[in-house]
Design a protein around this ligand. Structure first.
Ligand code: FAD
Length: 381
């Protein structure tokens, strides 16, 4: 097993360091200053003494074989120590022990921004949000579990990127929401910038129905139920300050209905964040609906899975299928404008337009010290 630069080698029968392809493969999985963890798991079913047996040992193995196994483990440990390592011997049902062991490591090294938003078969984060939302798992219990891991792993990541940091974000939004009148709306909300968003239902519907013509955005909007945090960033930015300039409350309402983890405080808080209405104000930093996803998933596997109409589109066009020559579209059985929509806006000009509108709105908020009326906003529309 390998991940985050570390690798775990599960010794089963190859109790040696010479001529061991699995060990070789595990060492290749160690990157960037990571560690290799050699592990052997003693299965109690194999070792438990059997009082009914005629000779000493367990029901599965006589004493001599058990002794030979223990001596071999000692020898393996000595060989590893010569290389500056050691054998970690654990006891329990091997599947369970190993999964726990991998998770410890995983929790301790969790770094949110490094997660891959396109990883859907094996998501990059805990996917605990629906369980926390419905209270199947208490946040205090989760907090305690994380602390236990940190106690065992002195070298661990820290907030805001660590797993503990994620829980703190949750509490941050709960706290601000509790203390802010009208937290879930723009009007009358003191922490929210007043911005002349549009109420264009056509744009909203295309976004909600995954028909924007940008495969990365439409694939995320098809994954519904649960999406990775950065995937939520991309679609929320696209709907609001990035491209369509639709009101964040509208996007929030769509999320509220369709997310399995939809949570009043967290959802509204993050929509304000992503629309640069509160908490985060760098409106010049816009997620590209083309290059952002490509960075993680150049082959477009995520898109192919959630938008099967594009499954045969060659890799070089998967993020921008409208640029594919007609012959390529025909071969891929996907004609843009017929089988899959053309992009509803040009990202370059739409994002430029959004930035200008945000700049003007920020200026107005500053001039009027945040006390902006509907009439004031109309001037900007
Ligand atoms: P992990 O990264 O494993 O984090 C563990 C837990 O920490 C999460 O389950 C969650 O309870 C909490 N957490 C993580 N990130 C955040 C965050 N940014 N803000 C607050 N708490 C966080 N999360 C919801 O639970 N419900 C929502 O309705 C919701 N709406 C969102 C809307 C937008 C526009 C955005 C950008 C994010 C939203 N999030 C929401 C936050 C975040 O995306 C999810 O909590 C996270 O992706 C859930 O996956 P996970 O459980 O694997 O998270």
């Amino acid at each position: 097993f390998s991940g985050s630069g570390n690798a775990l080698m599960w010794f089963r029968k190859g109790l040696r360091i010479h001529d061991n392809p699995a060990l070789e493969c595990a060492s290749r999985g160690v990157t960037g200053g990571g560690f290799l963890y050699p592990v052997f798991v003693i299965d109690p079913h194999y070792m438990e003494p059997d009082p009914r047996a005629s000779s000493p040992g367990s029901s599965r193995a006589g004493l001599n074989r058990i002794r030979f196994l223990l001596e071999s483990l000692k020898d393996l440990d000595l060989s590893l120590r010569k290389l500056g390592s050691r054998l970690l011997v654990m006891k329990g049902e091997p599947g369970e022990v190993l999964i726990n062991c991998l998770k410890q490591k995983w929790v301790a090294t969790f770094e949110k921004p490094k997660g891959d938003p396109s990883a859907f078969l094996r998501p990059a984060t805990t996917t605990l949000s629906p369980y926390l939302k419905f209270g199947c798992v208490s946040s205090r219990y989760f907090y305690q579990c994380i602390q236990d891991v940190y106690t065992r792993n002195k070298k661990h990541t820290s907030p805001p990127v660590s797993l503990l940091g994620q829980l703190l974000w949750r509490d941050f939004f709960y706290t601000v929401a509790f203390g802010t009148p009208n937290f879930d709306q723009m009007r009358g909300n003191k922490i929210c910038k007043q911005i002349p968003w549009n109420d264009n239902d056509e744009l909203l519907t295309a976004w909600r129905e995954a028909k924007t013509g940008y495969p990365w955005i439409d694939a995320i909007m098809t994954q519904w139920g649960w999406m990775h945090h950065l995937a939520r960033h991309c679609v929320a930015c696209f709907l609001t300050r990035g491209d369509l300039f639709v009101h964040w409350e509208k996007g929030r309402d769509v999320f509220e209905r369709l997310l399995i983890d939809s949570d009043w405080a967290i959802n509204s808080g993050n929509w304000m964040w992503l629309s640069c209405s509160s908490f985060f104000y760098q409106y010049n930093r816009i997620y590209s609906p083309i290059s952002f996803g490509k960075k993680y998933d150049p082959n477009g596997n995520y898109i192919r899975h959630f938008l099967p109409i594009l499954k045969d589109m060659p890799k070089e066009y998967i993020y921008e299928p409208w640029t594919a020559p007609l012959s390529v579209q025909t071969k891929a059985k996907c004609i843009i404008g017929k089988d899959y929509p053309k992009p509803m806006v040009s990202h370059d000009s739409a994002s430029k337009d959004c930035k200008q509108k945000l700049a003007a709105a920020y200026e107005l908020n500053k001039k009027l010290n945040g006390v902006v009326s509907e009439e004031d906003l109309k001037v900007l529309q």
